[in-house]
Design a protein around this ligand. Structure first.
Ligand code: PLP
Length: 359
């Protein structure tokens, strides 16, 4: 626990608390609401009495939908294990506690989703971040150089939080080739898979057999508070994760599971188009003034801070009523800041104007 630290992000939220009506570009969740059909399905589930524990591995109907989806997308069947989790966070916690022994190393690209390093530390493992600056493309040679006898897994996250990078099929194949030399497990965090703006999304699971796939409902359907996700992969691993879920989360929330079945039929392409347009707004506004590299997915841009000091720039932005997050929250470096464009056009425009004037 001593290695865990939430001070960077807390500082932003504390400063935010002191502002009356901030332009908040720090939030990691969609600004649209849960589609009505999903809300109705949850209400209906509660009324029908689906308020009790479900099987630890998830409701049969939902797991059937997930496995049908995986059969269609990857040709997977019963040889894989399927587990419904409390968000992708739940899947990450279970996977890391299940697999990482003290001293084991876990490779992931830097900048990274904060939880990776903290969960690896929690399990007694060693986080091994691999630098992807300045363009946030994964370098297979750097990943290969980071592999040691203690490497337990490689986590990849495309589309990426915080950079918005989306890995190409070629890049995924290169990473898979490095992993395959030692048959290393790849954990593929695909929580932003629907938010790809320029090219179709490619999953590591379609390329590399030894993949533990994680997907969620939080971002795709704006269900962040419902705590729903799932994990599919090697049966032996999923079985152990299921056992650990039995003694921790017990199961994902029952009504949210029932509603997630209906979420899988929900259409969110209008929202994705909307975020593509907002991504363009951000890129057009910040490319020249900041030297921003175009983000292709999720709903974040990771922007070089003027003078290379993100914390100083973020403090200045907050003093001017704009909330953004310094890069050191997501990285060993503090040279960039994260902006989330999951905000109204009006707020986003105001925020971009202020950031530009500060630059
Ligand atoms: N993975 C990434 C890359 C994320 O950005 C997030 C949330 O911000 C999560 C996982 C966790 O999402 P949840 O637990 O809501 O499914």
């Amino acid at each position: 626990m001593r290695l865990l630290d939430a001070s960077g992000i807390r500082k932003v939220f504390d400063l935010a608390g002191s502002l009356d009506d901030p332009i908040n570009l720090s939030i990691g969740q969609p600004d649209f609401d849960v589609p009505d059909q999903i809300k109705d399905a949850a209400i209906d589930a509660i009324r029908r009495g689906l308020n009790r524990y479900t099987p630890t591995q998830g409701m049969v109907e939902l797991r059937d939908r997930i496995s049908a989806g995986c059969a269609e997308e990857f040709g997977w069947g019963d040889e894989k294990g399927y587990l419904v989790t409390s968000g992708v966070s739940g899947a990450l916690l279970l996977a890391i506690l299940t697999l990482v022994n003290p001293g084991d190393e876990v490779i992931f690209t830097d900048p990274y989703f904060v939880m990776y390093s903290h969960l690896v530390n929690l399990s007694g493992g060693v986080p091994v971040p691999v630098d992807t600056y300045p363009n946030f493309r994964p370098d297979p040679q750097k990943i290969a150089d980071a592999v040691t006898d203690r490497t337990r897994m490689v986590i990849i996250n495309s589309p990426c939080n915080p950079t918005g990078a989306v890995y190409t099929a070629g890049e995924l194949r290169d990473i898979a080739q490095v992993a395959s030399k030692r048959d290393l497990l790849i954990v593929s965090d695909e929580i932003y898979n629907l938010f790809c703006y320029d090219e179709p999304f490619v999953s590591m699971a379609s390329i590399y057999e030894n993949t533990l796939l994680m997907r969620g409902f939080s971002k795709s359907y704006a269900m962040t508070g419902w705590r729903m996700g799932f994990c599919v992969g090697p049966k032996s691993i999923i079985e152990k994760m299921t056992m650990l879920q039995q003694y921790t989360f017990v199961c994902a929330p029952s009504m949210a599971q029932a509603a997630s079945i209906s979420a899988m039929d929900a259409e969110v392409s209008d929202h994705v188009s909307d975020y593509r347009r907002k991504r363009d707004m951000v890129f057009d506004a910040l490319e020249e003034a900041f030297g921003l590299i175009k983000p292709c997915g999720a709903f974040y841009a990771f922007v070089p801070a003027p003078g290379g000091n993100a914390t100083a720039f973020v403090e200045k932005a907050i003093a001017n009523n704009v909330l953004i997050i310094p890069g050191n929250v997501f990285s060993g470096r503090d040279t960039h800041f994260r902006i989330s464009y999951a905000a109204s056009d009006e707020k986003l425009r105001q925020g971009l104007d202020i950031l530009k004037s500060l630059a």
